[in-house]
Ligand binder design. Structure first.
Ligand SMILES: C[S@@+](CC[C@H](N)C(=O)[O-])C[C@H]1O[C@@H](n2cnc3c(N)ncnc32)[C@H](O)[C@@H]1O
Length: 262
């Protein structure tokens, strides 16, 4: 890339008011994401993504698209990035988000989608976009995908069982689910969720529920997945105080097919 092109790219990156993901758009040119490159690399390790080459992938809640572009880089046959909420926000630094108005979800009026659009252009990516609310869209219109990413979305949803039921409907093989979670030492055998009526989790009123691992596994099975594999659970190395809920993140792979009999 010539110096001028690199400079233009840097200017265009700087003109996007907010980046969630740090994405290398050209050698040495990385977007200033709230999630750093190191954090994203660590997250990829924890996700332990299944084989992606030749598979179709749906990334629900894609935001700037880091995981969609990663799926493409790993040789996916087709990648669809789905989002609506942050893509429709007016993300001015320190500004107030515009109302979440479904009528404004036209590609030309999606200020929060500028990062995804620029990244896709700079990477010459063929990732497709789908601007829709996953909770109200007709799953039949979305179609089915071999691998579905559901990363950092579940706790933003008021109806987690409904969300996972939709997820099972669009998943052909496996859904990779990463979520905020709780650990209540001594109660791991019970399926428990903590509910946040207002801004109880990270001061964010769009956070509603955090399950423990047992709840996430059983919700997935109730939603239509046959087998749930824990990839990253509560960190056993941490010393948790008994009788109270601790916050953590967990990752599971939810499979549509039952385990093969050996
Ligand atoms: C915490 S961000 C996670 C972004 C990315 N998946 C990651 O893990 O870095 C949550 C994303 O889910 C999206 N989201 C929340 N509810 C949604 C819904 N009902 N339909 C589609 N996207 C949704 C938000 O717009 C946002 O981009």
């Amino acid at each position: 890339m010539s110096e001028t092109t690199t400079e233009t790219l840097r200017e265009r990156i700087a003109s996007v008011p907010f980046w969630f993901h740090s994405i290398e758009l050209a050698p040495g040119v990385v977007t200033p994401g709230a999630k750093t490159e190191q954090e994203l690399a660590r997250q990829l390790e924890l996700l332990d993504l299944p084989e992606i080459a030749g598979k179709s992938v749906l990334d629900i809640g894609a935001w700037d698209g880091f995981f969609s572009f990663e799926a493409e880089r790993r040789g996916a046959s087709r990648v669809v990035a789905l989002d609506h909420f942050v893509w429709s926000l007016q993300l001015e630094p320190g500004g107030v988000p515009s109302p979440n108005d479904p009528g404004a979800w036209q590609p030309s009026t999606l200020p929060g989608k500028r990062g995804f659009d620029l990244a896709r252009e700079a990477l010459r990516s063929e990732v497709e976009e789908l601007v829709t609310d996953f909770m109200t869209a007709d799953p039949g219109d979305i179609g089915t995908f071999d691998v579905v990413f559901y990363l950092g979305v579940l706790y933003h949803i008021k109806d987690p069982l409904g969300a996972l039921t939709r997820l099972a409907q669009v998943t052909r093989e496996v859904a990779v689910i990463e979520t905020q979670a709780i650990v209540v030492p001594g109660f791991d055998h019970l399926a428990l969720c903590e509910f946040y009526e207002t801004s109880g989790l990270k001061n964010d009123p769009t956070n509603w529920w955090a399950p423990n691992l047992s709840a996430l596994e059983s919700l997935c099975r109730a939603a239509g997945f046959a087998r749930v594999e824990t990839k990253s659970g509560p960190r056993l190395s941490l010393r948790y105080t008994p009788w109270r809920a601790h916050r953590t993140r967990i990752v599971v792979h939810a499979h549509k097919a039952p385990p093969e009999r050996g």
